[in-house]
Design a protein around this ligand. Structure first.
Ligand SMILES: *Cc1c(COP(=O)(O)O)cnc(C)c1O
Ligand SMILES: [Zn+2]
Length: 562
């Protein structure tokens, strides 16, 4: 089949720089054998043709940026409306974390519920153009689901090799699209090897994941969308945005093979080449603690990762034990433009699932929850500056795997016939904990200089108990209010201008009449040993804002009022 080469598009080896015109994808570099090959577009020509104007009338979605995607003939596009996902300002979560410019790129809203829909759309379109009718993919779950849907649309037969860790519900979903699903008992790296052998024995095309140019190219569209959305959000006049589009200070993602952050950073590089943005984002990659080869290498200051042979995590999506060259590319990128690698445990991820659902209304899959758990940890370490624009990839929607998170007993069954009109619901742990304190109205003074934070705390308290909540917006007013009301409990922020939380606590404790009132401290920052010393013996509880904050807060209120 004949393919017309397009404009001035080239393939370039990421190792030795070998270049050739792009006609069909290269499996490896003919000069050095490197398997990660990049596409180079004619950025100068696009700039001169006023690309920004040209795309304006197209729908907001992945193919809006088609001049920067590796397809020759746009009649071959296989699409289901992927990409074009919202960039949500996470005000409540951001406020609790002390990040006022925290944004969530809601990739759950793709046709099959994860950002792998981008990869599937570009990869399957390219395969259709190449005339491929049958293919093999190895997957930790989401790639196989997305490819299943897009292959069905393109009439391509798909064989999906998945690890036995992949939840049954995900496998059923693949089979529904007509995919042949083969469950391999072994790690993801072993599964990839089995799939490759099968493909070779039958002479079927095998998807090469991060080594296929379509996969990395599809992820560049995340960068284009974020840059365009941030420009809309901040307007041209605002700081950091003297170019048509904007780069965030940070891009944060849960990482397995690293295709997302590699593609995103390539996307921003291209926008820089075209004069659309003026800088690169720092990359924050979060891995599951039971399979974190990149984090270990980063912490050891190494540019090559030692593979994890037996991943110890329930989170199948993030179980790439051997990231190979991808880590090296990310390492190089982080040396040049900044970044961080962070691990979070499965338990931390499951706790973050609740925080995200309750604070932002987003139900996410465990791989995405790991990202947020890592974000919370990086906030405590001071990785971000308070004004930084931080964009988090909310990479996938919950499947019925939330069973793992909520336990088996999350469903409430009520037998109306037996209850005789009086239906009693089983109690949640939290509510029964609150029953232990008597129901008399309790007076609480909240001292918090961020109005949103104060409102949120008041709302949490009022929603759950018979609390009378009074808020003061600075330390001085707080002290006056405590003297006047003699509350049962004081909740105070630490970092406030003029009279700070430390002074508030010292004043209360020095006053005989007030010294007995318990104090709970809420803080977004990690305290120094000296600051901890200053508080020790003076307060009932120290709570970090953010993770699982509302439950912890309620529990400590219950405890301190006992
Ligand atoms: C694939 C996937 C990841 C990891 O992406 P990489 O960039 O390939 O490491 C994270 N979250 C979800 C939901 C995924 O499907
Ligand atoms: Zn090469």
């Amino acid at each position: 089949m004949s393919i017309q080469p397009r404009g001035n598009v080239h393939l370039r080896c990421t190792y030795c720089g070998y270049r050739e015109p792009y006609i069909r994808p290269l499996v490896k570099c003919p000069e050095c054998g490197e398997t990660i090959i990049e596409v180079e577009y004619d950025w100068q020509a696009l700039k001169e043709s006023n690309w920004q104007e040209m795309i304006r009338s197209r729908p907001f979605g992945l193919w809006r940026y088609r001049e920067l995607l590796p397809l020759h003939d746009h009649n071959n596009i296989v699409t289901m409306g992927e990409g074009g996902t919202p960039l949500l300002h996470a005000r409540r979560l951001g406020m609790m974390l002390g990040l006022k410019n925290l944004y969530i790129k809601d990739e759950r809203q793709g046709p099959t519920g994860s950002f792998k829909d981008r990869q599937a759309s570009v990869a399957v379109s390219v395969l259709k153009e190449l005339g491929i009718e049958e293919m093999v993919v190895a997957s930790t779950g989401n790639v196989a689901i997305a490819y299943s849907a897009y292959c069905a649309r393109a009439g391509i037969k798909l064989w999906a090799f998945v690890t036995s860790l992949v939840p049954g519900d995900k496998m059923r979903e693949m089979a529904l699209y007509g995919t042949e699903v083969i469950k391999v008992t072994g790690t993801y790296d072993e599964t990839k090897a089995v799939a490759a052998r099968f493909a070779k024995s039958r002479d079927i095309y095998v998807d090469r994941g991060i080594k296929s140019i379509a996969a990395v190219e599809s992820m560049t569209t995340l960068a284009y969308e974020i840059a365009e959305q941030l420009a809309d959000e901040y307007g041209l006049a605002n700081r950091g945005c003297d170019t048509p589009w904007c780069t965030p200070d940070w891009y944060v993602q849960g990482v397995s093979g690293g295709m997302g952050p590699i593609g995103v950073s390539k996307g921003f590089k291209e926008l820089m080449n075209m004069g659309m943005v003026s800088k690169m984002p720092a990359l924050a990659c979060v891995q599951s603690a039971g399979c974190a080869p990149m984090v270990h290498a980063f912490e050891a200051g190494q540019s090559v990762a030692t593979p994890v042979t037996v991943p110890q995590t329930l989170i199948a999506t993030l179980a790439t034990g051997d990231p190979g060259r991808a880590y090296q590319l990310l390492w190089d990128c982080i040396q040049d433009h900044g970044g961080y690698f962070q691990a979070a445990t499965d338990e931390e991820a499951f706790a973050a699932t609740r925080v995200l659902a309750r604070m932002e209304g987003l139900s996410v899959e465990p791989a995405t929850a790991v990202t947020f758990a890592g974000l919370f940890k990086m906030v405590r370490k001071g990785v971000f500056k308070p004004d930084d624009i931080v964009v988090v990839n909310c990479s996938g929607h919950t499947f019925p795997v939330e069973k793992q998170v909520l336990g088996e007993e999350w469903e409430r069954r009520v037998d109306a016939s037996k209850a005789g009109g009086q239906i009693s619901l089983p109690e949640e742990g939290l509510l029964s904990a609150l029953d232990h304190i008597d129901t008399a109205v309790r007076k609480i003074v909240v001292i918090e200089d961020t109005p949103d934070a104060a409102r949120l705390i008041a709302r949490i308290l009022q929603a759950r108990g018979g609390y009378q909540v009074h808020t003061a917006t600075d330390g001085r007013a707080g002290i006056v209010m405590v003297r006047e009301l003699k509350p049962d409990l004081v909740i105070t922020d630490l970092m406030m201008p003029e009279v700070d939380g430390f002074q508030v606590i010292e004043t209360i404790k020095a006053d005989e009449e007030l010294a007995g009132i318990p104090v709970i401290v809420l803080t977004a920052k990690e305290l120094t040993p000296r600051e901890r010393d200053r508080l020790s013996g003076q307060i009932a509880t120290l709570l970090q804002k953010g993770s699982a904050m509302d439950e912890e807060l309620l529990q400590s209120i219950v405890d301190s009022l006992d």
